[in-house]
Each structure stands twice: as structure tokens, then as C-alpha cells.
Design a protein around this ligand. Structure first.
Ligand SMILES: Cc1cc2nc3c(=O)[nH]c(=O)nc-3n(C[C@H](O)[C@H](O)[C@H](O)COP(=O)(O)OP(=O)(O)OC[C@H]3O[C@@H](n4cnc5c(N)ncnc54)[C@H](O)[C@@H]3O)c2cc1C
Length: 396
């Protein structure tokens, strides 16, 4: 018989998903250890001055009994949070949530997770080693930043992914091109322009998709309720489907893929429109080559035109590939069934290795695009509790 593990459940990550999972499991009296810098991705890898695209109701970090909502945060602190929600206020809300729900959070990063006869062997950056019956990976998307191959050989001083910056004012005095035409690209361009920095946006799509241009659609009583879920992911109708992850995951794969793309295709929030009206935006164009000169970057587009810029900011998104979670050991990764880099998950967001769960965007292959957003944490946490509490013995 294998010995008992040192710990029941280890949670890796202290963003909205890790914190929410910890709050629910604690309330269900499951013994947990939680690791990570609270809200670090939001604090360090998004630009200061940014606002959330998701609306108020979709930005609560789920907790049992709705005790830790944004409304509660405002009430307790006697303050007002404007809408759209400013990034720094959301980060502060996350820290407030962590102190109340997960006071025993350990900030030390996890260095490695491997398979062990009694579950998993976890090694921390500080050298501590222990065994855990279950591991919940809620480590976010920062490892998955993706950029076009044309920029592979360009030094980061001349071209960098948007998630590498938390203060765009560092580009003061430079001439910047933003690649992409989604929320991150458009909002970065607005922030650069507002800081007096010369900027051009270059995107492949032929037109910008704006969302939220018709707010009255959300105030039509029962009709709005039928069309839109409060989870706020996707357009009318699709929003409702995406809000039921178990149903979504049961659809034929082709339909899932089409619907997921329609729900989260690159788009800008309507409130950004006036802020980018004076930004030069080139659409329907692709960068075909990028060459570093002595101190600048020469870009050639597919219409034959060129740009000589000081920096290219690549707002080109994230592609899930769990092998890029460097803390997952090779032998463990070999046993996780994957599809397109995503782990294939069953109920409880459990992978093909019993006791190994994935939350957040990596769960989107199995449960749809909701899992890439804060508003998917309630589903994820409830699934975990249902599958873990009262069933702590695993069969391998
Ligand atoms: C520019 C931008 C804007 C966005 N705006 C919105 C929005 O308005 N609304 C919305 O719902 N979503 C938005 N998103 C998506 C957002 O990233 C996710 O909703 C959210 O971060 C998911 O939370 P998470 O807990 O999965 O990951 P994260 O918030 O990324 O948290 C990951 C956690 O894992 C920890 N971690 C990582 N590796 C380790 C390790 N080895 N050991 C210990 N801890 C580790 C980190 O420290 C961190 O605490 C946006 C994304 C971007 C890029």
C-alpha cells in the first residue's frame, strides 16, 4: 500500500481561478495548500491604465455564498469602482479577495510537479518537497504568449509581446507599431496615443469587430435575459450557450470550434471607439518580413509598403500548450491526453491523470470559451468541489 500524501490538494496559481477554487474547497473543508503571487498576471503583464472588457456582473471572482463580490468590496471599503472597471481597481479587489478567502496563500512558486505513488510530488522554488493527493493547475496563460514567426529573430528591444509590459509610457519619444486588432491591440494603441506616443495599428482582419455598441439590447427585460447570459462571453444567443460549459462541451467538435471562434474572435469594446479615432489603423494587411536595422525595425507588409519603427508591440494573443508549463515534469506530460496543446478534461476538470485538474483557459478545449474568463470560475470551482469533496480517495 502506498503511504499517505503530505497534503490533500495543491493549487498552483493565485489569479481569479486559483483563488476561487481555494475559497470553494476551503468552504468544503478540503485540506489545501495554495501557491502563487496573487493577481500577478493582471498586475505585471497588462498595461497600466487599461480597463476590463468584461462587465460588472462578469467580473466578480466567484466565492461560496456570493460573499466576495465587487459590490461587497465596494461596500466594505466605502469606495466606488467606475465602469468599465479600471485594471488597478480589479487588482486591488483581487488582493482584497485573497486576504479574506485565502489568507494562508504561499507566494513561493512551484518548481516542479511529478508523478508519485501516492499522488504527485511537488517541489517548490525554495527547495521544499512534499507529496499531494491532487494537483490543481490554475497557472493562467502567461506561458502561452504567441507571436508571428516573422518576429522570431528580432531582439525584444525592437519587438515584444504585449504581455511583457505593464507601463506603455516607456515608449515615450518612440514610433511604435501595434500588431493585432483585438481589444489588447486597440487599448494599447489608445494608451500609447494618449501618452503622446506615435502609434499605428496593423491588423490582418478587414474591419474591426466592435462589441457592446448597443447597450439597450441588455435592457429589454426577458428578451435580453433569453439572449445574453450575465457571464458576458459572446454575442446574442451564443452568450447563452457558452454559459453552459457542460452542454457546450457535449456539442460536435466542429460546432464547438465555430461557436467558440464567434464568441471570442478579436474585437474591441465599444467604449474604445472614441479613444482610437485619431489612431492610424491599417487593416487587411499582414507583416511579411521584419528586419532589425542598427536601432530600428523595418517591416514589410503584404501590399509592398514598408514601415521603419522603433518598436513593434505584438498584441497577437495566446495559444494554449500545456507543455509550456515548465513546472510539469516530462513523464507527467507524456501521460496527459491532449488535443491541440489543451488537456482533454472530464467532469471535475480532471485530466487523463486522476487527481490532476486544469482550470482557466486550458480547460476551454473541453468546456468552451467561458473558461478563459473570470466569469467561468464559478463553474470551475463548483465542478472541483463536486468531484473532490467527500471523494478524496483516487483510483489509478
Ligand atoms: C490584456 C488582457 C485583458 C483581459 N481582460 C479580461 C477581462 O476584462 N475579463 C476577463 O474575464 N478576462 C480577461 N482577460 C483574460 C484573463 O487573463 C483571464 O480571465 C484570467 O487571468 C484567468 O485567471 P487565471 O486564474 O486562470 O490566471 P491568472 O490570472 O493568469 O493567474 C495565474 C496565477 O498562476 C500563478 N503561477 C503561474 N506559474 C506558477 C508557478 N509555477 N507556481 C506558482 N504559481 C504560479 C501566477 O503567479 C498567478 O497567480 C484578459 C487577458 C488579457 C491578456
Amino acid at each position: 500500500m502506498s503511504r499517505a500524501p503530505n497534503c490533500e490538494v495543491t493549487i498552483i496559481g493565485a489569479g481569479p481561478y486559483g483563488l476561487s477554487a481555494a475559497a470553494y474547497l476551503r468552504a468544503a473543508r478540503v485540506e489545501i495548500r495554495v501557491f502563487g503571487e496573487p493577481m500577478s498576471f493582471w498586475e505585471n503583464q497588462m498595461p497600466a491604465g487599461m480597463c476590463l472588457r468584461s462587465n460588472w456582473l462578469a467580473s466578480h471572482i466567484a466565492a461560496p455564498s456570493q460573499m466576495l463580490t465587487l459590490d461587497e468590496y465596494c461596500r466594505e471599503n466605502g469606495n466606488h469602482v467606475p465602469r468599465p472597471i479600471p485594471l488597478e481597481r480589479f487588482v486591488d479587489y483581487g488582493h482584497w479577495y485573497q486576504k479574506r478567502a485565502v489568507p494562508n496563500l504561499e507566494k513561493c512558486p512551484v518548481r516542479s510537479v511529478g508523478i508519485d505513488p501516492c499522488g504527485f510530488k511537488v517541489i517548490l522554488e525554495n527547495g521544499e518537497e512534499f507529496t499531494s493527493r491532487r494537483v490543481i493547475v490554475a497557472a493562467g496563460i502567461s506561458n502561452f504568449a504567441t507571436k508571428p514567426a516573422e518576429f522570431d529573430a528580432i531582439p525584444s528591444a525592437l519587438a515584444s509581446h504585449s504581455s511583457k509590459h505593464n507601463d506603455l509610457r516607456k515608449f515615450k519619444g518612440q514610433n511604435v507599431v501595434v500588431i493585432g486588432a483585438g481589444q489588447s491591440a486597440l487599448e494599447s494603441a489608445a494608451l500609447l496615443k494618449e501618452a503622446g506616443i506615435q502609434v499605428e495599428v496593423i491588423g490582418r482582419q478587414k474591419a474591426i469587430n466592435w462589441v457592446g455598441l448597443h447597450p439597450r439590447m441588455h435592457h429589454l427585460g426577458i428578451i435580453s435575459k433569453m439572449l445574453y447570459s450575465t457571464r458576458d462571453v459572446g454575442p446574442a444567443g451564443i452568450s447563452r450557450l457558452v454559459a453552459s460549459p457542460t452542454l457546450f462541451g457535449a456539442l460536435p467538435r466542429k460546432l464547438q470550434d465555430r461557436t467558440a471562434y464567434r464568441a471570442i474572435r478579436p474585437a474591441g469594446a465599444g467604449w474604445l471607439q472614441p479613444r482610437v479615432k485619431d489612431v492610424s489603423i491599417t487593416l487587411g494587411r499582414k507583416v511579411v518580413s521584419a528586419t532589425a536595422t542598427a536601432s530600428q525595425l523595418r517591416l514589410r507588409l503584404d501590399d509592398g509598403t514598408e514601415r521603419l519603427v522603433d518598436h513593434a508591440l505584438l498584441a497577437t494573443g495566446f495559444r494554449v500548450d500545456i507543455s509550456r508549463y515548465s513546472f510539469l515534469s516530462e513523464p507527467l506530460l507524456e501521460q496527459v491526453q491532449t488535443a491541440n496543446g489543451y488537456p482533454v478534461l472530464k467532469r471535475g476538470l480532471e485530466s487523463s491523470i486522476p487527481g490532476l485538474h486544469f482550470l482557466g483557459k486550458p480547460a476551454a478545449w473541453s468546456f468552451g470559451p467561458l473558461l478563459g474568463f473570470v466569469s467561468g470560475a464559478e463553474f470551475a470551482s463548483n465542478e472541483l468541489v463536486r468531484s473532490i469533496s467527500g471523494k478524496q480517495k483516487l483510483t489509478r
